[in-house]
Design a protein around this ligand. Structure first.
Ligand SMILES: [Zn+2]
Length: 276
């Protein structure tokens, strides 16, 4: 994809000029010094006319050169240069560094689309460090919140608050099944009633309308471990019908009971039995 089309054409025409000059009849060639002067003049004109072509117009803002490109398509990697214009990839191929106002030497490195981390707890610290270089410097350019069945609610306000930050990476979220359940019935260990499930479904629907990508569960965390499978299915039906992206709408954890969760279960029981 090296764009040498124009310069090659010009160089050809200059060569053509030389060829034609050699074909001039002997009588038109003049004296030797005149001949040399003419040749020098012709050469000067030729050099002046092609010089700007070699000093290429800077068509791109940035070229990343010499890296191993892994483009995310599943194809094997290949060596190449990536040309950037504004905030978009303008072309992939072979480019001179002079074709852009800035260049980055990526020799020995991998050049790829940004990675997506679908399981982060970034809300704990993103407000303190919105640039989140701990992610971007690893190549992670999109982070997801709301894992383990836990998310802030309502999602609309959460995303609105996050949107006011000068974020480095893209930011997205899931809605947490445990958080939805807790909002409706607290941290109690019993199946939900039909009316409670309907309220959970409404909250889920609103979360999806507000921009959630789906619903996560943490079925060994409280209150996920209090949740019958049928109840989870009712929530996921709502999310599944509304998800529009090819990203799992259902990120979950094994339904086991960890020591940490057991300790939390104790404190939750105390919390649940406290007079209100
Ligand atoms: Zn987690």
């Amino acid at each position: 994809m090296r764009d040498r089309t124009k310069s090659t054409a010009k160089v050809r025409s200059v060569r053509g000029f030389e060829t034609r000059s050699k074909q001039l009849p002997h009588a038109d060639r003049g004296r030797p010094w005149q001949n040399d002067a003419m040749r020098l003049a012709a050469l000067t004109i030729a050099v002046c006319s092609i010089a700007p072509l070699f000093a290429q117009v800077q068509r791109f803002d940035l070229v990343i050169t010499g890296g191993r490109i892994v483009d995310g398509s599943g194809d094997p990697w290949f060596y190449g240069d990536v040309a950037i214009q504004g905030d978009s990839i303008a072309a992939i191929g072979r480019f001179d560094r002079s074709s852009a106002s800035r260049s980055l030497d990526a020799k020995g490195m991998v050049v790829s689309p940004g990675f997506i981390d679908i399981h982060t707890h970034a809300r704990r610290g993103i407000g303190l460090d919105p640039a989140a270089q701990n992610y971007t410097r690893q190549g992670v350019t999109t982070i997801f919140e709301g894992p383990d069945g836990s998310s802030p609610l309502p999602i609309g306000k959460f995303l609105s608050d996050i949107g006011k930050l000068s974020l480095g990476p893209n930011f997205a979220t899931f809605a947490g099944q445990g958080s939805i359940r807790e909002q409706v019935m607290g941290l109690v260990n019993r199946p939900a009633t039909a009316e409670e499930i309907e309220r959970m479904r409404q909250i889920t629907r609103q979360a999806m309308l507000d921009g959630a990508f789906g619903v996560t569960t943490g079925l060994f965390y409280i209150p996920g471990n209090f949740t019958p499978t049928e109840e989870v299915i009712e929530i996921e039906k709502v999310a599944g019908a509304m998800a529009v992206y090819i990203i799992p709408t259902y990120a979950t954890k094994r339904r086991t009971f960890s020591t940490a969760s057991a300790r939390r279960f104790g404190s939750a029981k105390r919390e649940a039995s406290r007079p209100r």
